[in-house]
Design a protein around this ligand. Structure first.
Ligand SMILES: Nc1ncnc2c1ncn2[C@@H]1O[C@H](COP(=O)(O)OP(=O)(O)O)[C@@H](O)[C@H]1O
Ligand SMILES: [Mg+2]
Length: 225
């Protein structure tokens, strides 16, 4: 992303990306606790969570009515709502904003669904570049094994069934997630992701996350362990 960072933004934007089951929410939760402990104002924002757009998105998804473009634009609307309502104002107010998925999730999914990559990027070009984007990289089997424990049924779009990859939702899901990994991998360098080996233990990964975040902490709290 090319969007310049307005100098008036006091806060920091930390993003976690990776496929379902890569460990994003686990790591961001631990990071949030650590930052809270250090007395830093933290706000967490999750993908697809805008109250305004939630209902229509879930209605469209249930009926399997969405085309790649309408699917993309609904998520963009959700993002824009959260961005203008929460993310940007809180960055201006000096918060550490932790985003559990950011525009890269839209890029990878929409591109895999066949949207034009330049078009998708343009849709989101109002958004600022994060201070740090962690990419939790895991093999598809590791993530699938983690996510499918106790969750026998995959949802239509979650499994990528709209792409006609396979009639078997589990097979479709694997192929779909594999393609998403390819997209993330190809973005890692140009977008400047901090790549974390998502197969390591939760503790090991969190140590790396904290080390990478440390230089962003205000001087006054840096020393506090
Ligand atoms: N490093 C890890 N090793 C083993 N299991 C993990 C690890 N990180 C997360 N998990 C488990 O995998 C599942 C998915 O993790 P989660 O953080 O929800 O992933 P995501 O938010 O990327 O979908 C959870 O049950 C979590 O406890
Ligand atoms: Mg999660």
């Amino acid at each position: 992303m090319k969007t310049a960072r307005p100098s008036r933004l006091e806060g920091k934007l930390i993003v976690v990306e990776g496929i379902d089951g890569s460990g994003k929410s686990t790591q961001i939760h631990l990071l949030e606790k650590w930052l809270n402990y250090k007395g830093i104002s933290v706000f967490k924002s999750e993908w697809n969570s805008s109250e305004m757009v939630k209902e229509i998105t879930s209605r469209g998804k249930k009926k399997g009515l969405l085309t790649p473009t309408t699917f993309s634009l609904l998520h963009a609307t959700d993002f824009a709502d959260r961005y203008e309502r929460n993310i940007l104002p809180l960055l201006r107010a000096g918060y550490f904003v932790l985003a559990d998925r950011y525009v890269y999730t839209a890029f990878v999914r929409d591109i895999v669904r066949g949207c034009n990559p330049e078009w998708v990027r343009k849709v989101y070009d109002f958004s600022i570049e994060p201070d740090i984007t962690f990419y939790f990289k895991v093999p598809v089997d590791t993530a699938v094994d983690r996510i499918l424990v106790g969750r026998p049924k995959l949802k239509y779009y979650e499994a990528g069934m709209d792409l006609n990859l396979s009639n078997d939702p589990y097979e479709s899901y694997r192929i779909f997630q594999g393609r998403i990994i390819d997209q993330y991998d190809s973005m890692a360098e140009p977008e400047g992701f901090t790549v974390i080996d998502g197969t390591l233990s939760i503790e090991e990964q969190q140590r790396t996350v904290r080390r990478v975040i440390s230089p962003l902490l205000p001087q006054a709290v840096k020393g506090k362990k």
